[in-house]
Ligand binder design. Structure first.
Ligand code: NAP
Ligand code: G4F
Length: 341
């Protein structure tokens, strides 16, 4: 007899990681359910177009009864909690809301699963933890054992969610794992994050649609990987016999200066300084200066390794934005097709 089709519930399905993870799970034969919030979410059409096999369920991490209803309806084997207020800068502006959704929201979902699972240990849970937990880093590179020192309301809320996940694992024998993921990007990255803000602006500058780009702190360093690689690691964590926590990172760190070098070079601009302005509006009350992860444990236990290099990632994002933005160029100003690709 063929094994029963696995069922997965994904929160945050409209986000970058939710889309890549859904594609991965559908390709593996899962029946995928996605939680979608709001009475008329503008991203519903996009998800339905990209992922026709996925069933969308209405619910919100701020609303316990909708989470209980979603878990009871889909009877999942695996739940991936990707939903969050995920933009660090925004979390300083709405810290209470961030705490409620990014922090308490994870607890609500854990409790909905605990009640539905009723001690059987059949529902596996993934929590989207983050390298922002390390914040003002105590050591470099950062591992699963590096102490936490979050530097934003987002980081603090994620620390609460992380510790709650570990606590539910230890208290209720739940198969609950945390992926401590370093920054991962893609052509699906939101425009509020620095990488996409840069690649979109570079494309627009090249196409004559924009003159300059305003940024905040250019000195911070991040361990940037490709989101499509990272969702493989999320899935691998839930296939282990025992739940645990894992760092996913490339093991390299790069500054925003380096990202700018590669992004502008991809459209043939060698000196980006005339195009980039510094704007205090994009500075944060507290900054995370350096993130540099050590993925040794994930490699050893999960067999996980990133496949896309830093230069490949930047080029992929710029090329995508050249295509997206070229559709906005008035016909008489259309650039040569060699630039559009
Ligand atoms: P993202 O693109 O910002 O997606 C966030 C998702 O959360 C969206 O689907 C959003 O829905 C949903 N959401 C927000 N508030 C919600 C609420 N109240 N109820 C239900 N859903 C809600 O984030 P991402 O980059 O895919 O990241 C996925 C997860 O990994 C997040 O938890 C993030 O904090 C974490 N993480 C990300 C990275 C990274 O570098 N990308 C690194 C470490 C950890 P709407 O579309 O309706 O707003
Ligand atoms: O792209 P960012 O906004 O990402 P950040 O703050 O590192 O957070 C992302 O990665 C985390 C994992 O480490 C996730 F947990 C989180 O959900 C999110 O996905 O900013 C990166 C760096 C920061 O140092 C920021 O100060 O870029 C700097 N930066 C400089 N100018 C800017 C800008 N960031 C943004 N968003 N916009 C700017 O204009």
């Amino acid at each position: 007899m063929a094994p029963a089709q696995k069922r997965a519930l994904i929160t945050g399905i409209t986000g970058q990681d939710g889309l890549y993870l859904s594609e991965l799970l559908v390709s593996k034969g899962y029946q995928v359910f996605g939680l979608i919030r709001g009475q008329n979410n503008p991203k519903r059409d996009m998800v339905e177009r990209l992922l026709p096999a996925v069933e969308l369920l209405e619910g919100d991490l701020g609303d316990m009864s909708s989470l209980v209803g979603a878990v009871n309806y889909c009877q999942p084997d695996e739940v991936y909690n990707l939903a969050a207020i995920s933009f660090v800068a925004f979390s300083f502006k709405q810290p209470e809301h961030t705490g409620n959704i990014t922090g308490l929201g994870a607890l609500r979902l854990l409790d909905a699963i605990r009640i539905a699972d009723n001690g059987r240990g059949q529902i596996r849970f993934y929590q989207a933890s983050t390298s922002e937990l390390f914040g003002k880093v105590r050591e470099t590179p950062q591992t699963e054992l590096t102490p936490f020192h979050p530097r934003s309301p987002y980081g603090v809320a994620k620390a609460y969610a992380h510790h709650m996940t570990v606590n539910y694992r230890e208290s209720y024998n739940m198969h609950a794992s945390c992926g401590i993921l370093f920054n991962h990007e893609s052509p699906r990255r939101g425009h509020e994050f620095v990488t996409r803000k840069i690649t979109s602006a570079v494309a627009r500058i090249k196409l004559g649609l924009q003159d300059s780009l305003s940024l905040g702190n250019l000195d911070s360093k991040r361990d940037w990987g490709f989101a499509g690689d990272y969702v493989r690691g999320m899935w691998a964590m839930l296939q282990q016999d025992e739940p645990d926590d894992y760092v996913l990172a490339t093991g390299e760190t790069h500054s925003i200066h380096e990202f700018l070098d590669l992004a502008f070079a991809a459209v043939g601009i060698e000196d980006w300084k005339p195009y980039v302005k510094q704007d205090p509006r994009f500075m944060r009350p507290a900054e995370v200066d350096l993130l540099h992860g050590d993925p040794t444990k994930a490699k050893k236990v999960l067999g996980w390794e990133p496949e896309v290099s830093f230069p490949e990632l930047v080029t992929m994002m710029v090329e995508n934005d050249l295509q997206v933005e070229s559709t906005k160029v008035p016909r008489q100003f259309a650039p040569p097709t060699s630039i559009v690709r």
